[in-house]
Design a protein around this ligand. Structure first.
Ligand SMILES: Nc1ncnc2c1ncn2[C@@H]1O[C@H](COP(=O)(O)OP(=O)(O)O)[C@@H](O)[C@H]1O
Ligand SMILES: [Mg+2]
Length: 361
């Protein structure tokens, strides 16, 4: 899968960017604050309809404008398609493929990408929410319908929270919400565990290759073998902790409270891993995400690397660059070209970004 060209209009500081991607590797160079991340964010949004930076689509609109547009021609299984996102302030976003209006569900996952940014390197030190967001975004790329399940769960949870804040709580209604939450929640937990189970096998192999045989394990902190056992334990936990939920006026049980745990040689990596070990872990994880997506869809996704090379030492840089073999289209950003060797630079298409515009090399 490849992005052949893209066009941004009034997307953050990119007023008008129009670019054909001629090489498999594109390197975007620019000083801080010029718009490198904005370009990758737009391309990622085109694939996931999400951004790791915000959940508020309004923030994408250029400060002086009322709308934005992202458009790209992509090639997938030898077929070229035009994807387009249009958003006008106060309206709902309009999505189209080849000029035909489609739903978010149909649109999402048309273009598959893996985004690896320097923020990801902080995943272990971040909050459980950060780790759940990473996991959910990764799953959505493989299984686009998962996003609707998350939305549904979230909707019931908010209804339940509203109920818990009322002075007199309708117990019968609370039971109805709990029943719905348990079913919807068990589904989410089950999918998350299945994904983690698969990715952890691939990530461990990569991890031991980079780290000379340290052992990586990944765990989800809600146990249960299958969706039925998860459902049963969610139901009984919701029952057991009902008084607590009523006292705290919020829902305390379910996948919105869960976390993903990483261990290196059986030690909790968020507590004990050095900075270098953490970077190895995240690198292995991201490359595993890429492998898994390629495996499931039969085509390599587009890899978006935002400022990560600068954060890795030579050993890890080399591992990363070697892993992205030539048929994976990769768009990288960096402050300068110093980090890259001549051989690599001779193969890339070099773009310079200044003030939200691509200028001549
Ligand atoms: N909605 C917006 N309208 C206009 N400019 C924006 C908007 N959102 C962010 N910016 C600008 O984009 C710039 C940051 O771009 P970014 O892509 O993160 O930079 P970098 O090149 O360092 O990755 C900042 O100057 C910021 O003010
Ligand atoms: Mg940036």
């Amino acid at each position: 899968m490849k992005i052949l060209s893209f066009e941004l209009k009034n997307f953050r500081n990119c007023i008008s960017v129009n670019k054909s991607l001629v090489a498999d590797k594109t390197l975007i160079i620019g000083k801080n604050g010029q718009g490198k991340t904005n370009i990758l964010e737009a391309l990622y949004f085109l694939s996931a309809l999400k951004s790791p930076r915000t959940s508020n689509i309004k923030e994408f609109i250029n400060f002086n404008e009322q709308s934005f547009q992202i458009k790209a021609d992509i090639i997938k299984n030898d077929v070229v398609s035009t994807l387009e996102v249009n958003y006008v302030l106060g309206e709902s976003k309009k999505l189209s493929v080849n000029g035909i209006k489609v739903s978010a569900k149909e649109f999402r996952g048309f273009l598959k990408t893996v985004l690896f940014s320097s923020n990801d390197l902080m995943l272990l030190r971040g909050s459980p929410q950060d780790r759940r967001d990473w996991l959910d975004r990764a799953i959505v790329q493989i299984y686009p319908a998962y996003d609707e399940r998350l939305t549904k769960y979230e909707r019931i949870r908010l209804q339940k929270n509203r109920l818990l804040k009322e002075e007199f709580i309708d117990r019968e209604l609370l039971n109805v919400y709990n029943e719905q939450l348990a079913i919807s929640g068990a589904n989410i937990i089950h999918i998350r565990k299945k994904y983690l189970n698969e990715i952890s096998k691939i990530a461990s192999k990569k991890h031991s290759a980079i780290s000379s045989s340290e052992i990586l394990t990944i765990d989800y902190n809600y146990s249960g073998e299958n969706v039925e056992t998860i459902l049963e334990s969610l139901k009984s936990e919701l029952q057991q902790r009902q008084a607590e939920e009523m006292a705290r006026k919020q829902s305390c049980v379910g996948p919105h409270r869960d976390d993903i745990l990483f261990y290196i040689n059986s030690n909790d990596a968020s507590k004990y891993a050095s900075q270098g070990q953490q970077r190895t872990l995240i690198l292995a994880l991201k490359l595993a995400e890429l492998d898994m997506l390629q495996d499931k869809t039969g085509e390599p996704p587009v890899l978006l690397l935002d400022d990560v090379l600068a954060e890795l030492d030579d050993l890890r840089q080399n591992f990363l660059l070697k892993s992205i073999n030539s048929d994976i289209q990769t768009i990288l950003t960096s402050v300068d070209t110093l980090l890259f060797d001549e051989v690599f630079l001779s193969k890339v298409d070099l773009l310079r970004v200044q003030d939200g515009a691509i200028i001549e090399k």
